[in-house]
Design a protein around this ligand. Structure first.
Ligand code: ADP
Ligand code: MG
Length: 232
């Protein structure tokens, strides 16, 4: 589903003329297969978010390739990436990133509107999904009228609504208390088992990573555990 080949990334920092290249990811190779909950576990600063940004096209690698569903996405331009993300990915963030002026229903509906689906079909799909993530009775609430766990359920529903091939999750339980964390991890496992949804999650927390079916460890930009390089 996703394979990363010899991926490296350096950030340029400092004033113009005296920039320094800081290597953040070094020769990463890994494969994520359909139906997995794959996780990257590493301390803060190890390069986890950078890896996710490379896979989702928000930054371009210094070296190496990313293949997603058989497409080499490495040379994509901004417009190609925008369409590709809408077609292939759902995103879940630590800070939920819901739109505060939109209700639960409207937040989850938005990606379908962007995809051009008509409103009758949109309503059907959104209500069915809200029911399956336990939010049927909160469809008219605004984000600030929901608990943290409920907000994360909304963002999971928003990630799932386009039926993406994979959900990318950056510290999905990082701002939740431990009880709510277990609830959200349970939902991720349930969606994986019952609907075969593939997840790629990054976390600094070994406890959270326990739900994964395939684990990679990242230390200072290097995969130290897991990793199953496939030659191009
Ligand atoms: P993690 O998500 O594992 O905490 P990040 O991928 O966010 O780690 O960051 C890895 C390293 O890259 C850190 O040392 C961070 O300071 C550096 N870094 C991240 N983004 C940038 C950037 N835009 N410019 C320069 N350095 C960056
Ligand atoms: Mg991070």
């Amino acid at each position: 589903m996703i394979s990363v080949h010899h991926l490296s990334h350096s950030f340029k920092v400092g004033k113009r003329g005296s920039e320094k290249e800081i290597p953040v990811l070094k020769n990463i190779s890994l494969t994520i297969r359909k139906g997995e909950i794959a996780s990257i576990v590493g301390r803060s600063g190890s390069g986890k978010s950078t890896l996710l940004h490379l896979i989702s096209g928000y930054i371009s690698p210094t070296n190496g390739d990313v293949m997603i569903n058989g497409t080499n996405v490495t040379g994509f331009n901004e417009k190609q990436w925008a369409q590709f993300r809408l077609d292939h990915f759902g995103f879940i963030f630590q800070s939920f990133q819901l739109i505060p002026s939109l209700t639960t229903f409207e937040n989850v509906e938005l990606p379908l509107t962007l995809k051009g689906m008509d409103s009758v079909k949109r309503r059907q799909e959104v209500m069915t999904l809200l029911e399956s993530v336990g939010l049927k009775d909160h469809s008219e609430h605004y984000p600030n009228e929901l608990s943290g766990g409920q907000q994360q359920r909304v963002s999971i529903a928003r990630a799932l609504i386009t039926k993406p091939s994979i959900i990318l999750a950056d510290e999905p339980t990082g701002s939740l208390d431990s009880e709510t964390e277990q609830e959200i991890l349970g939902l991720i496992q349930q969606l994986n088992k019952e609907q075969g949804i593939t997840f790629f999650m990054i976390t600094h927390d070994e406890e959270v990573a326990k739900i994964s079916t395939n684990q990679f460890h990242l230390e200072d930009g290097v995969i130290t555990k897991g990793g199953n390089p496939v030659e191009v």
